[in-house]
Write a protein that binds this ligand. Structure first.
Ligand SMILES: Nc1nc2c(c(=O)[nH]1)N[C@H]1C(S)=C(S)[C@@H](COP(=O)(O)O)O[C@H]1N2
Ligand SMILES: [Mo]
Length: 198
């Protein structure tokens, strides 16, 4: 049967090489899960090469225009989870508040416990990238990044920092936590950029 342009992408077109689809939601991270007694303890700092440094409270972050995004996620350890629905603030919206300068070429995501991940600014600002507070209709659980995590679905999921506390715009591509431990500086799942030498 010929479906022409209306043909829907099947799962096989959606799963990068050497990934297995899971319907569970694995928990994967290094270090401890932070527990916030109240959200007054949390804020998000946008800093580095910006016109204006910004520190957002949880309330201020929630007052920004919200977006919903459906996507597939791919962990470098080999699992993929299809059809996630995330709700949060677009990365473009956040960047606009601080105004990255012309010299800003990379973004370093800062999470609790000094965990970081690096990516090019275009990838951070991709239309599908967001900072999410909800997954599949429910607020993020502590294990999955409560109260706010990055979701950069077109790169391996380690770039999607949980427990996000800072967004740094930088001229240099400074390796983050996993990148310092041998993971790829970019991490395209379709090219299987898992380790530095891939
Ligand atoms: N702060 C922080 N964020 C992190 C990690 C981490 O170790 N620390 N691990 C990453 C990795 S390797 C993956 S696969 C995803 C897992 O997200 P999940 O536990 O919600 O499935 O979180 C990413 N974000
Ligand atoms: Mo991962």
């Amino acid at each position: 049967m010929y479906f022409g342009k209306t043909r829907k992408k099947g799962p096989s077109d959606r799963v990068p090489p050497n990934q297995n689809v899971t319907t569970s939601f694995p928990v994967l991270h290094y270090g401890n899960v932070p527990h916030y007694k109240n959200l007054e303890e949390w804020n998000l700092k946008i800093f580095g090469l910006v016109e204006k440094e910004v520190i957002l409270s949880y309330k201020e972050m929630m007052a920004l225009p919200q977006m919903t995004s459906g996507n597939d996620i791919h962990c470098v350890t080999g699992w993929s989870k299809l059809d996630n629905v995330w709700e949060g603030v677009s990365t473009q919206e956040l960047a606009k508040l601080a105004g990255p300068t012309a010299g800003a070429k990379y973004v370093i995501l800062h999470a609790e416990e000094n965990w970081t991940a690096n990516l090019p600014i275009e990838d951070f600002l991709n239309e599908t990238s967001l900072l999410a507070h909800s997954h599949n209709g429910a607020q993020l659980t502590p294990e999955h990044g409560y109260p706010l995590r990055a979701v950069i679905p077109h790169l391996y999921f380690w770039k999607s920092a949980k427990w996000l506390r800072g967004i740094e715009f930088s001229a240099e591509n400074r390796p983050g936590f996993w990148e310092e431990n041998g993971y790829h500086m970019y991490g395209d799942p379709w090219k299987e950029q898992r380790m530095t030498w891939d």
